[in-house]
Design a binder for this molecule. Structure first.
Ligand code: ZDP
Length: 279
């Protein structure tokens, strides 16, 4: 099978041209094997470019490196948009695509020079939408106490289609993700598990964040997580609506627009190589 390897700030994906079939050409098990960095191609996830079954342009599905299927993928959809321009054989700067995802229709716009701006839609803030049991069903989850491994954390929760638990800390270097990440991911208060972001405020326009992704562990960047970070930052009076988020793999520009309540994410998507693999 032919594939193309892309990354968005080091969050890397195997992109599959799946336009010939409405069903992913690979199983979740295949995805686990291909994502393995020693026995496979190596990636944080596999992304399928599928035909649309409605009036939108295309459909996107993703398997995480553990085989689970997330609703959405922020860095992934920037890679998806660049991959589509490649499949179409022409890069149309300014072109906006409408993409069906399990989190609804998401619209990336090709900016040129490998940059893509994505209308990520509206954040969901109610506990039942995350979902989490940290607050009453129709309550927002802002600065709530969560005890993990006998440590107290104050967390906020935002869904960008997928669940995020945001934790503002004084110094992200003091957080040992590899030991606590999965304890957040599998905490009983998150019935669909969760992505977790630890955030340090450098100034109200600049946040530093590191992430433990649901189904993938430590990654260099998370687009939906950067969006959720700024939403939580605004709700906690820690940042402006237009803020740069620095991730281990680089920076994303995020804006939570007051007029339409949508979150806009701008950042790079980079093609690495093409290949062929036996399934
Ligand atoms: O929600 C999840 O299970 C995530 N692991 C999905 C992938 C998110 C991603 N890192 C992003 O950039 O939004 C691709």
């Amino acid at each position: 099978m032919k594939f193309t390897k892309y990354h968005g700030l080091g969050n890397d994906f195997i992109l599959i041209d799946n336009l010939s079939s409405p069903q992913p050409l690979l199983s979740p098990d295949d995805a686990v094997k291909l994502c393995d960095r020693h026995f496979g191609i190596g990636a944080d996830g596999v992304i399928f470019a599928l035909p649309s079954d409605n009036s939108n342009d295309y459909s996107m599905r993703i398997f995480n490196s553990d085989g689970s299927e997330p609703e959405m993928c922020g860095n992934g959809i920037r890679c998806f948009a660049q991959f589509i321009t490649e499949l179409e054989g022409i890069e149309r700067v300014g072109k906006t695509y409408s993409i069906n995802t399990l989190a609804g229709v998401i619209s990336p716009t090709i900016q040129g020079h490998g940059q893509v701006k994505v209308d990520m839609g509206e954040p969901q803030l109610l506990a039942q939408q995350i979902p989490t049991t940290l607050a009453e069903k129709d309550e927002k989850v802002i600065n709530k106490l969560l005890v993990v491994n006998n440590q107290e954390y104050f967390v906020s929760c935002v869904s960008m289609g997928n669940p995020h638990c945001l934790v503002f800390v004084d110094n992200i270097d003091s957080i040992d993700l590899s030991s606590i990440g999965s304890l957040f991911e599998y905490h009983s208060c998150f019935p669909q598990k969760t992505n977790t972001e630890f955030i340090q405020v450098i100034n109200p326009h600049y946040l530093k964040m590191k992430v433990w992704e649901r189904g993938a562990g430590i990654t260099l960047a998370c687009g939906t997580g950067a969006c959720a970070t700024v939403v939580a930052g605004v709700l906690n009076n820690k940042c402006e609506r237009k803020t740069t988020v620095e991730l281990p793999g680089g920076c994303l520009d995020i804006e939570w627009c007051e007029q339409d309540n949508h979150v806009y994410m701008t950042g790079p998507a980079t093609k690495v190589f093409v290949g062929e693999v036996d399934i």
